[in-house]
Every structure is written in C-alpha cells, then in structure tokens.
Design a protein around this ligand. Structure first.
Ligand SMILES: CC(=O)N[C@H]1[C@@H](OP(=O)(O)OP(=O)(O)OC[C@H]2O[C@@H](n3ccc(=O)[nH]c3=O)[C@H](O)[C@@H]2O)O[C@H](CO)[C@@H](O)[C@@H]1O
Length: 357
C-alpha cells in the first residue's frame, strides 16, 4: 500500500489545501497520516476528517524579539527527534508539506530518514518555514507564477492551489436558507482569514447600518470575535468559524471582503467572487498578503484597500465601487489560468521516485 504523510499548520490556510490532495489520494488507495502541532488549528480539522493525527513540538521562528526565541530552537530540536521516530514507525513513501512552522522539524527528519518531500507554497513569496525547507524538497509547488522568480530552482513548478471539491459544490439556496436571507437583495460576505480580523470586524460593524441598506451580510469574524448584541439584526448573520457550511455560504455571496491570505483568495477566484482585499499590514506580518493582493489587483480580480486607509467611510466607498464593477471583474475571472491545482500535485506525488518503505 502506498503511504503518505501530510504536514502543515498553525492557521487553516496551511491545512485546507492538504484536504483537497488527501481526498484525491484516498480515492487512489493511498494510506494517509498527518503530523502537526498540538495547539494549531490542524488537529481539529484533521480529526474532523478521521485521519490519524500525530503532534510534535515546534518553534515559532519569530522575526522579532521575544523571550520565547531562546526556547524555540530547543523545541525545534525536540520536534526533529519526535518526527524522526514517528516517520520511522509510519514508514511513508513520501511526505507532502503545506508550510507553517511545524513543517520544519518534519522536513529535517525526512532528510535524516531519506524520505522524499514535496513542498507547496501558497503565497507569492515563500514564508520562513518554507525558505528553510525548500533545499531539502524533491519538488516545490507554487501557486503564483511570480513565485518562480523568487525561488529560482529547477525543482519548482507552478501547480496552482489545491482546492477542496466541497468548496466548489456549495448551493446558494441552502446558504440563503441557513441565514434566513432573501434572494432579491445582494449578499456581502466578510471573512478575515481563518482567525478573523479584529480591525476589519470593527470597521464592518461601525458601518453595518449603512451597508445593510444595500446588502445582506454574512460575517465570518473568527473564534471569540462574535458580538452577541448583533444576534438577530435583520439581514446580518455572524459566524466565528465555519466548517461544512462554508461552501453554501460562499455560493450565496455576491461580493466578498477578505484578508489576502492566499488560500482564501484562490478559493474566491475559483468561485468567481468579486473581492475587496484588505491585506495584513507590513507591521503585523512579513507583507506576504500585500503582494498577494497586489498581484490579484493587477490581474483585475480584486480591489484593494490598504489597512492604513481602512475606516468605516473608506470601507463603504470601496464596497460600493466593487459592486459597480462586479460584472467586469467576473468576466476577468472567467479567463483565470490557475484553476484547481489538485490533479497536478497528485501527478507529481505519483511521479516522485518512491524508494522502498
Ligand atoms: C495571519 C496569517 O498568518 N495569515 C496567513 C495564513 O492565513 P490563513 O490561515 O488565514 O489562510 P487563508 O485566508 O489563506 O485560508 C484560510 C482557509 O480557511 C478556510 N476557512 C476560513 C474561515 C472559516 O470559517 N472556515 C474555513 O474553512 C478558508 O476556506 C481557507 O481555506 O496562511 C496564508 C497561507 O495560506 C497566508 O497567506 C496568510 O498570510
């Protein structure tokens, strides 16, 4: 039996693309296990899929001063040891890594065990965990064609993002019913990445009354961010994190406001949802979302509102511009060359030389 271990985590954007590839490999008879961190979102998502999950220690590899920076290298070493023993026990033919800090010990342990690794990078420029891991990978899959210029390796190939089939199979009628919405008023969906965005939540809530005159609103606000005082407001529904219902909610949305995490925005693109992107600022991140958003804007897939310009007024005006231009944006999206990367990645996994496990 062909056996594969998946890794990736921290936030959902480093996990949900794995689900797409796993579903396809399962159909082809592969046995699948997962290595992640104990506290990241991956445990909950992978347990939900009924796939054996193993956790290891991992360090955060921060770029800023923090007392934990002294402890984290030891956690990475511990994680390498744990991953080494797990991999010797599981004996996978190959490991697929979707990025996030937990993947670093796994990939280094693969190197020690002689197990081939395929890495996937969703963002336009590689994250730190992937930068460390890429020299050890047999193949490097990327989502944006521009990323090939940043990686400059013959092992790199632009596969696109693997997108879960369920995301593409939502039904608008079910989404409207779930929210108690009508079909004669447009639906605006706001999602601040898998963790939610306090900044965008505040701006949206500050302008709720105005936006509700034109739209019905689905607000995916992130765990712990719901505002109970808004429960029952007509035309407004808030969710903290959505699993199986997400495809139906997306299907009924006419427009999307979102952070610019690469996994989300490629899902919206596949669904042809005109989007207003509000990328995480350079102060709060390495600036990857800004590059993702700028690339989408240049392709004509999105409008961009930078966080430093975000206010209730600019939000209303940007949403209004997006609504005006929705038809043109959707036409542009019809020519989307990216599609779903799942099949291309499955082919690479199958083609990767499989040493005897
Ligand atoms: C703060 C942070 O580190 N952000 C990074 C993280 O974002 P984050 O983890 O938020 O990732 P994305 O926004 O790209 O993807 C979120 C994923 O979670 C799913 N989802 C989201 C909400 C929900 O309620 N239910 C649900 O299933 C989405 O459909 C999508 O598949 O990883 C991305 C890489 O992929 C990066 O581009 C982001 O910069």
């Amino acid at each position: 039996m062909k056996k594969i271990v998946f890794t990736g985590g921290g936030t959902a954007g480093h996990v949900t693309p794995n689900l797409a590839v796993m579903a396809e490999l399962r159909k082809q008879g592969w046995e699948i296990e997962y290595i992640g961190s104990r506290d990241g979102i991956e445990k909950e998502i992978i347990d939900h899929e009924g796939i054996p999950f193993h956790h290891i220690a991992s360090g955060k590899l921060r770029r800023y001063f923090d007392l934990n920076n002294a402890k984290d290298p030891f956690k990475v070493l511990l994680g390498i040891g744990q991953a080494y023993h797990l991999l010797r026990k599981i004996k996978p033919h190959i490991v697929f890594s979707k990025g996030g800090f937990v993947t670093v010990p796994v990939i280094l342990a693969c190197r020690l065990n002689g197990i081939p690794v395929i890495c996937h990078e969703s963002d336009l420029t590689p994250g730190l965990a992937n930068k460390i891991s890429l020299p050890f990978a047999s193949r490097i899959c990327v989502t944006f064609p521009e990323t090939l210029k940043h990686i400059r390796s013959r092992k790199a190939v632009c596969t696109g993002l693997p997108i879960r089939e369920q995301i593409l199979q939502g039904q608008a009628s079910r989404g409207l019913q779930m929210c108690d919405f009508h079909s004669n008023k447009p639906v605006l969906l706001m999602m601040g990445g898998s963790l939610g965005s306090k900044r965008i939540n505040e701006a949206l809530r500050a302008t709720l009354e105005t936006l509700l005159t034109q739209f019905q609103i689905i607000h995916i606000c992130g765990k712990g961010n719901a505002d109970p005082s808004l429960d029952g407001v007509p035309g407004y529904r808030q969710f903290e994190y959505v699993k199986d219902e997400l495809p139906d909610l997306l299907a009924c949305a006419d427009l999307v406001i979102s952070r610019a995490g690469s996994t989300s925005i490629f899902e919206f693109l596949a669904l042809r949802k005109p989007m207003l992107l509000i990328p995480l600022s350079r102060e709060a991140s390495r600036g990857d979302q800004i590059l993702n958003a700028e690339s989408f804007r240049k392709m004509g897939y999105s409008k961009v509102l930078y966080e430093e310009n975000l206010s209730p007024q600019t939000l209303v005006s940007a949403v209004s511009d997006l609504y005006e231009e929705r038809v043109r944006i959707q036409e542009q999206m019809s020519g989307n060359p990216f599609g779903n990367g799942t099949q291309r990645i499955v082919e690479l996994i199958e083609a990767c030389r499989l040493p005897e496990a």
